[in-house]
Design a protein around this ligand. Structure first.
Ligand code: THU
Length: 136
């Protein structure tokens, strides 16, 4: 099932609104994300920083972990919204890959404009996926 333009814009807008709740006292770079499951449920996330910098958590992973912790693992699309339309970091790409290489990734800027539409497969070629583990 593919998403309509309005459905794509909706997860961009939800991520952009969530961005207001980003906790970013150090970078001042708020990121918002919204994850849409195959069943149409939506989970949002924001980046949450920490005085011990490496403990920071990215917005995309917050959204994914919220979904997985609620029993949802089949994803249709994920949006990531930043001031400048930045792309997901390597760690988030790896976490996305765990749950499917075909998930659509929408990157948008702070005005809610789509900057790039791609897939996890394109963002992380030759991904290390669960199937690669021999003793899975
Ligand atoms: N950040 C995200 O939330 N997602 C990404 O994919 C890239 C980086 C956050 C982490 C940190 O709070 C801030 O952006 C600057 O790196």
């Amino acid at each position: 099932m593919s998403l309509t333009k309005a459905e794509k814009q909706s997860i961009i807008d939800l991520a952009n609104m969530a961005r207001q709740r980003a906790y970013v006292p150090y970078s001042k770079y708020p990121v918002g994300s919204a994850l849409r499951t195959k069943a149409g449920k939506i989970y949002t996330g924001v980046n949450i920083e920490n005085a011990a910098y490496p403990q920071t958590m990215c917005a995309e992973r917050v959204a994914i972990f919220k979904a997985v912790s609620e029993g949802e693992m089949e994803f249709e699309a994920i949006s990531v919204v930043t001031d400048n339309g930045g792309s997901p970091c390597g760690g988030c790409r790896q976490v996305m890959a765990e749950f499917g290489l075909d998930t659509i990734v929408l990157m948008a800027d702070g005005n809610g404009n789509l900057v790039k539409e791609t897939t996890v497969k394109e963002l992380l070629p030759e991904a290390f996926t669960p199937e690669k583990l021999v003793n899975k």
